[in-house]
Design a protein. Structure first.
Length: 317
């Protein structure tokens, strides 16, 4: 079963033994320079690539890996993986949808609480020996809108409904028949019905700029936005403008358009909470996502169906 796996992910070194213990040879290349060098030096040996959505795997890289058979993506998103190039070569693509949902949902709630209760500014004030008394909203009984009710969205909804007695609305491509939450036909309708709006949808062309000025205005000056999905879902310029003009109450963001470059317009505002794309990072999530990759690799190289395949476009003729 031994095969060479190129690992492009930078946060899972401690758990690579899970893959290696299944008789796979790992080449670690987490930086762009190491990635290019590894493909150049070992391209004729690599049969599998482990990546994550924003890192992806591009068509020219796939072309430089003649033995590549499978691409495993940690997490749900695979927006920078060239699915067409993979399909053209008959390469299998898998993801880790749902594996890190608990960690991401925990972080979403932490961001929401931090923003709504203004925890960062209160902490900073106490450290300056100040003692401000600022009235901030409660979460209990409020309307929470979730854009994208997949595994992460469901985990957020459960925490909000059961832990904070919040009323849940959602928008997704299709309404779900297995939940009692309120379905909204558009993102704008969802924002209009929400006190707090959480973005939990995958990235990619299908969700690009779903949240624009119209949706932000529908959320309104007392509304708060949380994004633990992908920066591309929001029109960043519209968000900055809405925050500057106080047309929404605040935003808590873990993801950005051009990571790790965060616009100064977001950093200088006092109605934002910003974290460096860490929602899915926890020891539990790292272990489980790498285990899912190992399981998919074992199944594939044993000639069995993979556990979490990504649907690919038809091969180009």
């Amino acid at each position: 079963m031994s095969a060479t796996v190129l690992v492009l992910v930078e946060t899972i070194n401690e758990y690579l033994h899970i893959i290696e213990s299944n008789d796979f040879h790992v080449i670690l290349a987490p930086t762009p320079a190491e990635r290019a060098q590894a493909i150049k030096a070992h391209g004729t040996q690599i049969k599998a690539v482990l990546t994550r959505g924003p890192l992806g795997l591009h068509a020219e890289e796939i072309a430089a890996l003649p033995l590549l058979e499978i691409i495993c993506v940690i997490g749900a998103g695979y927006e920078q993986v060239d699915l067409q190039a993979a399909s053209n070569r008959g390469i299998v693509v898998t993801n880790g949808a749902g594996v890190n949902a608990p960690s991401v949902a925990d972080h979403a709630m932490a961001l929401l609480l931090s923003m709504v209760r203004d925890i960062p500014r209160a902490d900073a004030a106490v450290r300056r020996s100040e003692w401000p008394k600022v009235m901030r909203p409660s979460l209990s009984g409020k309307q929470l809108g979730i854009l994208g009710l997949g595994a992460v969205g469901m985990a957020i909804a459960q925490r909000a409904a059961l832990g904070f007695d919040m009323q849940i609305s959602y928008h997704s491509r299709q309404p779900r028949s297995d939940v009692d939450y309120t379905y909204c036909a558009t993102p704008v309708e969802l924002a209009r019905n929400s006190d707090f709006l959480v973005i939990a949808t995958p990235g990619g062309p299908g969700t690009r700029h779903l949240i624009d000025r119209q949706a932000l205005d529908a959320l309104g000056p007392h509304g708060f936005l949380v994004n633990i999905a992908r920066g591309s879902v929001i029109v960043t310029a519209d968000l900055i403008n809405a925050l500057e003009q106080r047309r929404i109450g605040g935003a808590a963001l873990d993801v950005f358009d051009d990571e790790p470059n965060v616009p100064d317009g977001l950093k200088r505002l006092n109605n934002t909470v910003l974290t460096p794309h860490v929602a899915g990072l926890s020891p539990e999530a790292a272990h489980d996502t790498v285990q899912r990759v190992a399981d998919n690799l074992v199944e594939y190289f044993a000639g069995r169906p993979v556990l979490t395949p990504v649907a690919l476009p038809a091969p180009e003729k």
